[in-house]
Design a protein around this ligand. Sequence first.
Ligand code: FEO
Ligand code: CA
Ligand code: CA
Ligand code: CA
Length: 601
Amino acid sequence: PGLDGRPARGLRFTPVAPNTADRVTVPQGYDQNVVIRWGEPILRGAPEFDQNRQTARAQAMQFGYNNDFLALLDLPGEPHRQVLVANHEYTDENLMFAGYDPARPTREQVEIAWAAHGLSVVVVDEDRRVGRLTPVRRHPLNRRITATTPFEVTGPAAGSPLLRTSADPTGTRVLGTLNNCAGGTTPWGTVLSAEENFNQYFANAGAVTDPQAKARLARYGMSGAASTRKWEQFDQRFDVTREPNESHRFGYIVELDPYDPESTPRKRTALGRFKHEAAQPRLTADGRPVIYMGDDERFDYLYKFVSDRRVRRGDSRAAREHNMTLLDHGTLYVARFTGDSPAAEIDGTGTLPDDGEFDGWGEWIPLASGDRSLVPGMTADEVYVFTRLAADRVGATKMDRPEDVEPSPRTGRVYVALTNNTDRGKAGKAGADEANPRNANKHGHVLELTERGDDPAATRFTWTLLLVCGDPEDPATYFAGFPKDQVSPISCPDNVTFDPHGNLWISTDGNALGSHDGLFGVAVQGRERGRVRQFLTVPVGAETCGPVVQDRRVLVAVQHPGEVDGASVENPASAWPDGPGGLVRPAVVAVWRRDGRDIGV
Ligand code: FEO
Ligand code: CA
Ligand code: CA
Ligand code: CA
């Protein structure tokens, strides 16, 4: 299949070789620009970035830190412009502040970090000839959302006693969003953003004595004393001994209407609470959104939410208000995977079973529907707020860190990035199964799921592994059967998206092959299925995030460049993007073809 054939349309570029260059490397004949960096002013009144005179007030009007998910949306009425939405997952204080003392952060540093978290909405201008993008400062749609922006909690668990705090006795109003990793865009014009490792912001769970509360905190990764950033010293809501329910108000999918800068963003409890990586919808034949979601933790689960309500078309106020209720009414499911090969053939080495594929069938197990719990021994509120505990009880399949999940807009098949799990098969931990076939899984894999009858609301599916990642020379890798001498090495798949030709693009985080992270394209249909081709690499210490692939440009978020053990402002590991002397700065990069033609054709 495909031997020496032309790559699939959209993937016809000279692959970038694995490397450790401190820059963004793109294919021959392609060019790039830094679209926007951490600290660039986007709101009216924002000052230019000054690394030696940072203030929280300025940061709240500037592009945030550690850009992850990116959405690039149409801007009706303004030709040659688009709306860029970016997540700002977390802060690297030692790379932000000269002389930073992690034991004694100042109030100003903490408040800068609050303002550097969240999301940015910024309108960008398109170059008429090539794919270059430049930000439009002070556009009326530009917006910052931070760790202190008011959010409304919606859906079945809104107002639950589990969500009430001394500052918010209604359990419906939360200040801020934290650790927004990846996300998704909806057909009704909103952006979804996933609160992931929120546990790291909450201190003193180790001092909690109530056994039930302690167990719940522990299941979400909270068991220690002081937090890394010491925010609890400046706001007691980050101390679980003082405000026991505040951490229950993070770990959701949030929905933002980027076209209404006055709108209050929502936290959607119906989609459950866990370390949400991302959320990407697909519509049923009758117009109900189904949202696919991963919980990024070793041995955690894959979920989906099926709405009861249909999308209303058009841009009327009534339609928009209706569509903002779609994610509050429906059923939350978790996945169980069963392999079709004898268990004895899954030996944990990654050797293919006798039928030649890691594959099988599976089911979606319902956890709760509206106000009704479907998990014995748990109330509906408990299912939505302690979703991991609900999924534990129903026998969901423990996966190798489910990251981004994306349904193909062409085929409806769903692609799940399982980034790695070096604990698979360790003493006391689950061993390999057909859906997670390697013990000590360093490089991860990509699973393809096909809903029964091509109905995203189905409760049964079949699945197969598209990729078992790593060095193609390693026999424990698999590229959908494509000849392995013609594929790029790939390790630790994280974010996934589709290009206009139906190819899957995969960005990586944590490449365990000794070279830098990057972005890859792979055909998922036809003779070229499985032929992974590397499109770019990122600088020292960075992961590749937020890929958006349009006809004329590829957009990536370069997250945490220079994040290397022991690095600091005084001792930087990277000089990206502006060369030696300035701070290393997370930034968004656009890539295009110099001859102005479409990407990869
Ligand atoms: Fe924030 Fe799972 O990556
Ligand atoms: Ca099989
Ligand atoms: Ca991620
Ligand atoms: Ca990641």
